[in-house]
Structure formats: C-alpha cells, structure tokens
Ligand binder design. Structure first.
Ligand SMILES: C=C(O[C@H]1C=CC=C(C(=O)O)[C@@H]1O)C(=O)O
Length: 402
C-alpha cells in the first residue's frame, strides 16, 4: 500500500459552518465524537445486496489511498434487509469539525428558511388500527413461541405543497438535540425520478471504533417524554422498574454483547440507565470493549456494524424468524429505515448509528418511520402511542402537528 501523497495536518472547521454548508448531495454526520461533511464522489463503493459491504469498503479505501487521496473514508447508509438498498461512497472531499454544541445548531438553524410553516398532508401507512392489529398478531407469534421479540414499525407519508428542503430540517434536528447523531445522506439510486435524501437524528449508536476501543449503545424500552417534570420523573421510575421493558432491553443487550465478545479481549456491559431525547426516555446500556486484533479487517467499524445488524432493537429474536414476521405484518418495505448510517476510514475506525428517528425526503414527499419493540406483556395501544411519540422527533422538525 503506498502512502498518501499529501501528509499535512487536517484543517479543522467550525461545527456550525459545516452544518450551514450542508447541501443535498453532501453527506453530513455529527455526533458527540465530532462533525463530518463530505462532498463529491471519488468512487462509488459496490454495495450489491447480499455482499459484504465492509469488504467492498476496505478495497475501495485501499484503492483511494493508492490513488493519492489523503485520509479517505467510506460514508453512507445501508438499508434494513439483505435485499434493501445501500448507498456508500468514497467522498472526494471530507471536512471535519468538533462535536456540535447548543450554539452550533442555533446559529445554523437561524440561517435556515422557514419552509416548515408550509402546509402538509399526513397519511399513515398503515392506519393506526391496522398497526394495533399487527401488534396483536405479533403477540400471537410470541405466545406460540415462534419469537421472543419483534420490532414492528409504521410510517407516515407527509406531502407538502412545495418541494421539501432538507438543510433547514437537519439544522432543526441538530438544534433540538445537539447530543444526537444527526445525519443527511444522498440515497438517490439510478432511475429514481427525483433526488432522495435520508436524514434524521438517531439516539442509538450501533458501533463506534477508535483504535482498539469499541463502544455500542443499544436502546430498547421507552416512555414518551412529557412537558411536565413530575410526570417525567414518574415515567423514568416506571421505565427503570417495569419487567416488560427490562426484558425487552435485556434481549438486545445479550445479542449485542454476544456478537462483540469474540472480537474483544475485554468487554464491559454495565447496568442499564435511562437516557432522554427531546421526545423520549429510553433504557440504554453503553457497552465498551477492547479489540483483540484491531488490524483484522473483520474488526473494522463497518465489519462490526454488519456483524451487529440487525440488532433486536430494530428486528427481533430469533433474527430470521423476526424478519419474516416483520415481512408478514408490515405492509411497506423498510428501505433505509432501521438500517445503518455512518462512516469508516482506512484504519477501520469509524462510527455507525441505527437509522431510526429518520425520514426520507424526495420532492414534496417525506416518509417518516417509527417502530416499537413487542415482547410478552406488550399492550398494543401503548405500542401505538410509543410510535406516535417517536414520530415527534421528525414531525416537530417538519412543523407538523399530527
Ligand atoms: C425502532 C425504534 O426505536 C428503537 C430504539 C429505542 C427504543 C425502542 C423501543 O423501546 O422499542 C426501539 O427498539 C424507532 O425509533 O423506530
């Protein structure tokens, strides 16, 4: 492998400038680890269904280095199912900045246009009553022992009276929660009638790798956030102690830890805690590990992300049967929802989040998804309410009152 032609210090940008500079077509990603804005395509990464995207990324990064690209990364998104799309590129230009803070998003958002005030028509897919019926059917699968858990999602199709502009929506998402993993990815595929952008603010870290250290932060078990502090305290206490939510959470933690353990010389799995987003409370476990062999391509951030995906936070247990139940009970394909979005570099470092609290925009249309984990003891109406609360992250950014 030849060394990069240019070996000079990376320029550092301001997080607010990168958020303001984002335009559809770019790749934007910010998290507590830092901000990244990538433009242009040095090379598209072949990402056919059923192939190892991590293997293709490793080859593309080696080629990019050989071609003289300094510090290349692979960035993009991978859909939920093995047959869903992926959109991965080696960008031509990558700009990095520190993590956003309160001021970052405020200054970027204030320069954003007020398009969220336009009129929007919201169509649920499926109807809420059909979602409740699907949850009941999922509970039958659990009762008969086919599965222990499945995550059932639904969508809202939002149609605006004018093309939807993603940059102000991204700025609003970042302003609402500077600690979230905010992203916007061009996912236009050949033959699409209009450009498509996947964007959102995920609270769920699938995997972050920095040298030998890996971190995963699975979430499962939720309560809506209230405007009232007393109610919030009661909901947090309830979430901490509810057996059903703890069971739902433990299923995810067990699988994530089991997948990571063979790659790690040590793995720390602490007790769950409750974390908050602007719209939700979640049971959260921050798992950290030390990689046994960081030079092994199987330990790259994308290879680990592929090994982990789909976690039971978006699919279920056992994975294959849960996937079949999702195919049976969800009327629409998930596409990029519940997949992964992020970046990896040539050393294998990188960060990937679970593609939730997200939407896909194309022209005047935005499709927003939200799901809820179903286990024994789930109440179908409560799961519907949970998806309604999860939608608020995107609907608030869109200025939609459902
Ligand atoms: C599947 C979603 O959330 C997951 C992440 C956190 C909590 C979840 C839950 O409590 O069901 C879900 O597993 C979603 O937001 O669409």
């Amino acid at each position: 492998m030849s060394s990069p032609v240019l070996a000079r210090p990376r320029p550092q940008y301001d997080a607010a400038d990168l958020l303001t500079a984002y335009l559809p077509g770019s790749f934007y990603y910010s998290s507590p680890r830092g901000t990244l804005l990538a433009d242009g395509v040095h090379a598209a990464v072949p990402a056919a269904a059923g192939t190892s995207r991590a293997g293709a990324a490793t080859r593309a990064l080696a080629d990019a280095r050989a071609a003289g690209l300094a510090d290349p990364i692979v960035a993009g998104a991978i859909g939920f199912g093995p047959d869903d799309e992926a959109s991965l590129v080696v960008p031509a230009l990558v700009r990095r900045a520190p993590a956003p803070d309160e001021t970052t998003a405020t200054s970027a958002a204030s320069s954003a246009s007020a398009s969220a005030r336009a009129s929007r028509v919201v169509t649920p897919q499926p109807d809420p009553a059909d979602y409740v019926a699907a949850v009941r059917k999922a509970l039958l699968h659990i009762e008969t022992g086919d599965i222990d858990k499945v995550v059932l999602a639904r969508a809202l199709d939002v149609t605006a009276d004018a093309p939807v502009s993603v940059p102000p929506l991204l700025a609003r998402l970042a302003r609402a929660d500077p600690a979230a993993h905010a992203f916007a990815v061009d996912v236009t595929a050949p033959g699409d009638p209009a450009a498509r952008t996947l964007f959102g603010a995920s609270p769920e870290l699938l995997i972050s790798r920095r040298g030998r250290t890996v971190t995963a932060n699975p979430l499962a078990g939720s309560r809506p956030r209230s405007a009232d502090d007393v109610q919030n305290r009661a909901r947090i206490d309830d979430l901490r102690t509810a057996a059903k939510d703890r069971a739902e959470h433990d299923i995810v933690i067990r699988q994530v830890a089991d997948v990571l353990r063979p790659f790690c010389s040590d793995l720390d799995v602490p007790e769950p805690e409750v974390i908050g987003t602007p719209t939700m409370w979640h049971l959260s476990t921050r798992i950290t590990g030390t990689l046994a062999d960081p030079a092994d391509p199987a330990s790259s951030s994308l290879a680990l992300a592929e090994a982990l995906h789909p976690t039971p936070a978006v699919c279920g247990v056992p994975t294959t049967t849960a996937r079949d139940v999702i195919a049976e009970l969800e009327p629409a394909r998930r596409g990029y929802y519940a997949g992964l979005v992020g970046w990896t570099d040539a050393d294998g470092d990188g960060e990937w989040v679970v593609t939730i609290r997200c939407a896909e925009a194309s022209g005047r249309n935005v499709r927003v998804h939200a799901g809820a984990g179903i286990v024994a003891g789930s109440d179908p109406e409560a799961e519907l309410a949970e998806t309604r609360a999860k939608f608020r992250t995107l609907l608030d950014a869109l200025g939609v009152t459902e």
